[in-house]
Unconditional design. Structure first.
Lengths: 253, 227
């Protein structure tokens, strides 16, 4: 049996009366990159946000079905949502560093979660995270400058470093490169490729080519349904569904 | 600007390495098939005929790698030309492997007869064909269009030798019908060697296209840049 990190079973999700996800069942493997693709409004971001219960923050929403991470139902009443989000980190479309120094952005999560033993351990962990996010060389001499003085691509990698600092095992990325230029995008893509050895990564992207380049598995969503889920190489060379074929070849709507 | 990611370039290098491995196997196969004929070595004939699997496996693997790189990485410019060239060269190398098998098959039949004549032109053709193949592959590795041009220029000599072999064997066959069967096999071998030269020429043309984006095939249509 293949290992499963995240298992969704018959997931339905509602914004008020509107059903945004219909019967999503999917098994996401550990230590691979899984991409969610599909046109706007297809439910890919909504589904991504169900994986660390970010949708809980939106009023009038409701989820049916089950989502299990390492076998544990993350919607069970006993689940500590804060602890869940520590395990399931997230990086957003728009980089959103805190209006603090570069160092403090990464140190913050470590401090509030009491994950560091003293100042030197804290500094070590900040450095380790910045290195993992491939931004250390660019910021090591300016750690105490404001994070907002960084370029957009650097800010995004800082946000990835911040997410990595508290050692999640899953990283959710919602359009992490859509606001970046091609060079910054390439760095993020290469970073994603490098990080998959240590993390399970799920990425939502509008950019099909990006999904093709960075992911191992691809899920195609359409009108709230999961149309096809398979190896990326299969989705982009010989998809099983006509709808997927039409979407990836640009013959859609 | 490097549009693509380092892991794309690793994949590209792997494609190149596998293609060269295939080239090495094809070269070796041609060498052994000719050696088996010239040295009248039946055991070697059977050895050549026994193993085509590694080339066939690589044929499929190289195509698969090229196909995936195109589908997943949307390569452009020099990367695009390299992958498309690799897929085409792959086909030529596979055909060269098949032609070596054909030579060994002809050798197997030929060795059942006494020699028609001392082999002079055929070994010479083999040397030219093998040199063309080696140079074409070296030109690919070194991205050297000048060396590729040397390959293109060698093809006429090979064609001329083939015609010469045909005429000479024809006179033997007209004089003594016993030489018809083995004589035809030698003509076939010369034809296979000439075809190997043609495939080496294709490879050389692909190298020129890969390096300089010029399509030098069918020169009567002028030296056209790609459109």
């Amino acid at each position: 049996m293949t290992a499963v990190k995240i298992a969704a079973e018959q997931v339905n999700f509602f914004y008020g009366a509107k059903r945004a996800l219909q019967d999503i069942t999917v098994a996401i493997r550990p230590h691979v990159v899984t991409a969610f693709i599909g046109p706007s409004g297809c439910g890919k971001s909504t589904f991504l946000r169900t994986l660390n219960r970010m949708n809980d923050l939106i009023p009038e929403t409701r989820l049916e079905g089950a989502i299990r991470i390492d076998g544990q139902d993350i919607y069970a009443t006993s689940v500590d949502v804060v602890a869940l989000r520590r395990r399931v980190g997230m990086v957003f479309q728009k980089s959103n560093p805190f209006p603090k120094s570069i160092f403090e952005n990464v140190a913050y999560g470590l401090k509030i979660n009491r994950l560091a033993n003293g100042r030197s351990d804290l500094a070590d962990r900040v450095e380790e995270s910045l290195k993992a996010a491939a931004i250390w060389d660019e910021v090591k001499d300016r750690l105490h400058e404001p994070a907002l003085s960084l370029s957009g691509g650097q800010q995004q990698r800082l946000c990835i470093a911040r997410a990595l600092a508290i050692k999640p095992d899953i990283l959710l990325m919602d359009e992490p490169a859509s606001a970046l230029d091609p060079i910054a995008t390439q760095r993020i893509e290469e970073l994603i490729y490098q990080l998959k050895d240590q993390y399970t990564i799920v990425i939502v992207t509008h950019n099909m080519q990006q999904a093709a380049r960075v992911s191992d598995f691809t899920a195609f969503f359409w009108l709230g349904r999961l149309v096809e889920f398979d190896e990326t190489r299969k989705i982009f060379t010989a998809p099983a569904e006509k709808l997927t074929e039409d979407y990836v070849t640009g013959r859609f709507g | 600007m490097e549009r693509t990611t380092p892991h794309f370039h690793e994949e590209l290098d792997a494609l190149k390495a596998r293609l060269l491995e295939m080239g090495g196997l094809a070269e070796e196969k041609v060498r052994l098939s000719i050696q088996s004929l010239v040295e009248r070595d039946s055991a070697l004939v059977e050895e050549v005929l026994a193993g085509d699997d590694p080339i066939n496996r690589l044929h499929i693997e190289v195509d698969g790698r090229g196909f995936m790189l195109l589908a997943l990485h949307q390569p452009v410019a020099t990367d695009l030309r390299m992958i498309v060239s690799a897929i085409k060269i792959n086909t030529d190398l596979e055909r060269i492997g098949d032609l070596a098998v054909n030579i060994a098959e002809a050798a197997r039949r030929y060795l059942k007869h006494p020699p028609v004549k001392p082999l002079i032109d055929i070994p010479q053709m083999a040397t030219i064909a093998q040199t063309m193949l080696r140079d074409a592959l070296d030109a690919f590795v070194r991205r050297d269009p000048a060396l590729a041009q040397v390959v293109l220029d060698s093809d006429d000599r090979l064609d001329a030798l083939k015609t010469q072999v045909f005429r000479e064997l024809l006179t033997y066959m007209l004089q003594d019908p016993h030489t018809i069967e083995p004589g035809l096999d030698l003509i076939l071998v010369s034809r296979h060697l000439e075809r190997i030269g043609d495939h080496a020429t294709n490879i050389a043309e692909d190298v020129i296209f890969m390096v300089s984006a010029k399509d030098v095939r069918h020169q009567t249509l002028d030296d056209r840049p790609i459109r």
